[in-house]
Every structure is written in structure tokens, then in C-alpha cells.
Ligand binder design. Structure first.
Ligand SMILES: [Zn+2]
Length: 94
């Protein structure tokens, strides 16, 4: 994976003209990943996927790593305020 920072880079000349996700035009900075096909994400999709796609990728990778050690385990993301409330003993305690 490469982050294209400049139109002067060799990778920029090899990258397609459009984003894989939204088909919008690509201009630096954008992501260009050339592994078993091409994945290019424009700056708008990078901004929009920062909390969604990237968080899902991090969670999926953590689950894969965990299950390589403990096949019957998994990880679930939790809403932080709910997790803290449950840690403190539920709705009745503060
Ligand atoms: Zn895009």
C-alpha cells in the first residue's frame, strides 16, 4: 500500500484515474494499493471511512490475530459510554 503524496511520484503515474469506492477523480493525497487487483481511495473516501471502514479493518485484523491463538474467541466493539456504565454496575450505579 502506498499513500500518493505528489503527482510527480512514479506511483501516481501507475495509479488509475478514479477512486475504487466512489469513482471520483484521484488527486494527492490518496491511497493506492496494488495487491491482487487495485484499490484506490480518494481523499473524500479516506475521510468518510476513517471511523467506519478503518475501524472494521482494525477489528477484523485483531479478531484474526486472536483466533490464531484462541480459535473459539472473538472481539466485539462496544459503545464506550455503555461499556463504562456496565463496568460501573449498570444503570443503577454511578
Ligand atoms: Zn472516493
Amino acid at each position: 500500500m502506498t499513500v500518493i503524496l505528489s503527482k510527480d511520484s512514479i506511483e501516481y503515474r501507475q495509479a488509475p484515474a478514479h477512486c475504487t469506492m466512489c469513482t471520483g477523480p484521484l488527486w494527492p493525497p490518496f491511497i493506492f494499493w496494488l495487491v491482487q487487483g487495485q484499490l484506490c481511495l480518494c481523499r473524500t473516501c479516506i475521510e468518510n471511512s476513517g471511523k467506519g471502514l478503518m475501524a472494521d479493518l482494525v477489528q477484523a485484523r485483531a479478531i484474526i490475530d486472536l483466533q490464531s491463538l484462541y480459535p473459539d474467541h472473538t472481539l466485539e466493539r462496544q459503545h464506550l459510554p455503555t461499556w463504562i456504565r456496565n463496568l460501573k454496575g449498570g444503570d443503577g450505579e454511578q
